[in-house]
Design a protein around this ligand. Structure first.
Ligand code: FUB
Length: 461
């Protein structure tokens, strides 16, 4: 497994150098992620995703998905990995075997989270078994299944839930492939109010007119309702329809993004954040960096979208021809920063460490870029980090500014972990750094899998 991981990382890295120089970059590089479900809470973007396992086999629809992940950002360019927020074991009824790959091993498909009265409701489809709901007191979890059974049974094309609370307090749940269904939710958010209804516009029968496939995402702007969705497979683009009520009728308005042969799937998530509107989706480019064979290994992308005077939305170019959003604020390095926070990386994976997460540098030259970092006018003159090396005593960490080969601030040896496997704190004085820079952490002398290096967190002072 470790060898396989190393091979993937090395091949991926060659591709990433090219990507790093080009326009659109996938926002998560340390794992394969799909089905983005963004939520804004307390001025932070919480991005829930599915997780395509590295071992997903060659071929179409060979999904291997066991858990749901969480990333956060407060600037739309640097994302922090919070790891798994829930997995199939959160649902006792997940045990049901589906086509040899069900049970607790597979089928954790596209979720969405919403807040109501201080509780967080995570709607999760278990492929072939129905849609469940988890509840937590925090957007980070832990989440629990309060009803112990599917909220929506395995009938009704039951995947890809999207949830919404209208201004009058009524909540709605929508889902489906190849038809869209919906139901009202009671205020408890864990039970249905009334009947399940099949939408009359977004259906398989009406596919020629509306191009609906799956992955609906409800969004409201002013008084106008929008339903975005993965458009007819395959390849899937992102289509959208507009309506005057939360239940339509939905009028097809075109594509937010046309289908593109480079990605068999896509899946919208839309949020407003700091006066801008963002469309999330995914492509397969990081998989194709490793192999020219299709595997269900996807990577989440995001782009800003713009509205026309009549409320319609501009069509965006496909991800690879698009641009990453501009940062909405600078990043503060003068505090403890979790090392799993980055705008871009190469040769880096994340792993569990104590109760949290750390990054793992898996190849020589592996690096992390943290974008738009503001050292201020007073600046920083010291660096501290909690780190650990494997066997080698020669692993070094370079701190550079503005470019991978940019100004070298300081080169620091990474000590081996303690005998009991604990990380060690490193401290170093640095020539004063002021102003705003892209910050690079570059790892050298990593030779093979017994030689990885880890960082839990870092801080400048
Ligand atoms: O990720 C698994 C499934 O593939 C999702 O539920 C669909 O929307 C498609 O992206």
């Amino acid at each position: 497994m470790k060898n396989q991981l190393l091979k993937s990382v090395l091949t991926l890295s060659a591709f990433m150098v090219t990507m790093w120089l080009s326009a659109q970059r996938q926002i998560i590089q340390t794992k394969f992620t799909a089905d983005p479900a963004p939520m804004v809470h307390n001025d932070t973007v919480f991005l829930y995703t599915t997780h395509d396992e590295d071992y997903a086999p060659e071929g179409y629809a060979g999904f291997r998905m066991k858990e749901w992940l969480l990333y956060t950002s407060t600037d739309m360019v640097n994302w922090t990995d919070h790891g798994k927020v829930a997995n199939l074991h959160n649902f006792t009824w997940a045990a049901k075997e589906i086509s040899g790959w069900g049970g607790f091993d597979n089928g954790a498909w596209a979720p969405q989270c919403i807040e109501r009265n201080g509780k967080f409701y995570l709607y999760c489809p278990l492929q072939g078994r129905g849609i469940g709901v988890l509840v937590g007191d925090s957007p980070y979890g832990p989440f629990k299944d309060p009803i112990g059974k599917p909220l929506i049974s395995g009938k009704y094309d039951s995947i890809d839930p999207t949830v919404f609370i209208d201004d009058d307090g009524q909540a709605y749940l929508y889902w489906g492939n190849p038809n869209m269904w919906y139901a009202k939710l009671n205020e408890d958010m864990i039970s249905l109010k009334g009947e399940i209804t099949k939408d009359t516009n977004l259906t398989k029968e009406n596919r020629g007119n509306v191009h609906f496939q799956e992955g609906p995402w409800i969004y409201k702007r002013g008084k106008q309702y929008y339903m975005a969705y993965a458009s007819t497979c395959c390849p899937e683009g992102i289509g959208y329809a507009m309506g005057d009520t939360p239940t339509g009728p939905w009028v097809f308005k075109g594509y937010l993004m046309k289908p593109d042969g480079r990605s068999s799937g896509n899946h919208p998530g839309i949020i407003d954040y700091h006066g801008k509107t963002y469309l999330f989706g995914f492509n397969y480019q990081l998989n194709y960096a490793i192999t020219n064979k299709h595997h269900e290994r996807r990577s989440v992308c995001v782009a800003e979208i713009a509205f026309n005077a009549d409320g319609t939305i501009n069509e965006e170019p496909w991800w690879m021809e698009n641009q990453n959003p501009s940062p909405i604020r600078t990043f503060n390095p003068l505090r403890r920063v979790e090392a799993e926070t980055m705008a871009w990386s190469e040769g880096i994976k994340t792993c569990s460490h104590d109760d949290g997460i750390s990054i793992v540098a898996t190849k020589n030259g592996a690096f992390i870029q943290v974008a738009n970092v503001n050292f201020g006018s007073k600046g920083a003159s010291a660096f501290r980090a909690l780190v650990g090396g494997e066997k080698s005593k020669n692993i070094s960490l370079e701190i550079r500014l503005d470019d991978l080969n940019g100004k070298l601030v300081r080169k620091i040896q990474i000590p081996q972990k303690t005998k009991s496997g604990k990380y060690r704190t490193i401290k170093a004085n640095i020539p004063r750094v002021t102003g705003v820079h892209d910050l690079y952490f570059v790892f050298n002398n990593i030779k093979g899998e017994d030689n990885y290096a880890y960082i839990d967190y870092w801080e400048f002072k």
